[in-house]
Design a protein around this ligand. Structure first.
Ligand SMILES: Cc1cc2nc3c(=O)[nH]c(=O)nc-3n(C[C@H](O)[C@H](O)[C@H](O)COP(=O)(O)OP(=O)(O)OC[C@H]3O[C@@H](n4cnc5c(N)ncnc54)[C@H](O)[C@@H]3O)c2cc1C
Length: 236
């Protein structure tokens, strides 16, 4: 288990109707590694009735953890930015984010390794739902100016679209869909004019949907398994 750090909420902003940005601060972040945007970490939440999460390894500790993404880390101010999808579902993490107040405590374990590493692939294919939008945005911002490719970003409403500084050669297609029975990302892929060469691919979203996307991707010319990261970020 990676080092666990105690942090406190320093800033809260609703960057869209279904996305709450929370900036975390704390002396424990002084040695948090820089440049790990898009990598995940484990957020450690307080158990009911507690105001501070219990850090450390003890029986049942994992029930208080959820995976989140390093959206940004400011190495000067040592501030960690995390974007929480907030929608109708109830859950430990989402409820915490919805009710967060300045000064609230959150534990941070990690980060893990960034999964998207080939920024110089022939082309890039990025596919994400709301929960993976922080990772997709961080990846798009890290791509070199010469990068080409396509990003399919699924959000529930038009108002959830964000401004993302993607290279001009990477087409960002927003897919507006709040119906879980419709795999809009897969439909986007089916309509995509596939490019030549070998793409680097990042796909993350609901588990059933990402599995269907994986099956489709495996049939594509130029698909290389080790250049592809496909992950179920949550399960309906
Ligand atoms: C590597 C990784 C990185 C991630 N990064 C982020 C991130 O930066 N931001 C982010 O918002 N999420 C992110 N997620 C997804 C997040 O971990 C899950 O959505 C998590 O389950 C939310 O926890 P919870 O306590 O709210 O709900 P849980 O207690 O885990 O689940 C309760 C119920 O809610 C449902 N549920 C869970 N998540 C959703 C959802 N998003 N929409 C609808 N129903 C849901 C479940 O099916 C379950 O029925 C990431 C996941 C992974 C694996």
């Amino acid at each position: 288990m990676k080092k666990m750090r105690m942090t406190q909420v320093a800033y809260i902003e609703d960057i869209g109707p279904h996305m709450r940005r929370i900036v975390l601060r704390g002396d424990d972040l002084n040695d948090f590694p820089a440049g790990e945007e898009s990598a995940h970490f484990k957020a450690i939440f307080p158990s009911p009735g507690q105001n501070k999460p219990k850090l450390g390894i003890y029986t049942g500790f994992k029930q208080w953890m959820r995976s989140y993404t390093v959206r940004a880390f400011n190495n000067q101010t040592k501030e960690l930015t995390v974007d929480f999808a907030v929608n109708d579902h109830e859950g430990l993490a989402t409820n915490w984010a919805k009710n967060a107040q300045l000064g609230d405590y959150l534990g941070v374990a990690g980060p893990g390794e960034a999964k998207y590493t080939n920024y110089h692939a022939d082309w890039h294919l990025i596919m994400a739902d709301l929960t993976a939008l922080p990772a997709a945005a961080a990846i798009l911002e890290k791509l070199p100016a010469t990068a080409v490719g396509t990003a399919f970003l699924q959000v529930p409403t038009v108002k959830d679209k964000l401004i993302i500084a993607a290279p001009s050669g990477v087409e960002v297609q927003w897919l507006i869909n709040d119906n879980l029975n419709k795999n809009a990302l897969l439909e986007g892929l089916e309509n995509l004019t596939w490019r030549g060469g070998n793409p680097a691919i990042f796909v993350a979203g609901e588990t059933g949907q990402t599995k269907a996307i994986k099956n489709q991707l495996k049939t594509k010319l130029g698909y290389i398994s080790k250049e592809t990261y496909i992950s179920g970020y949550w399960k309906a």
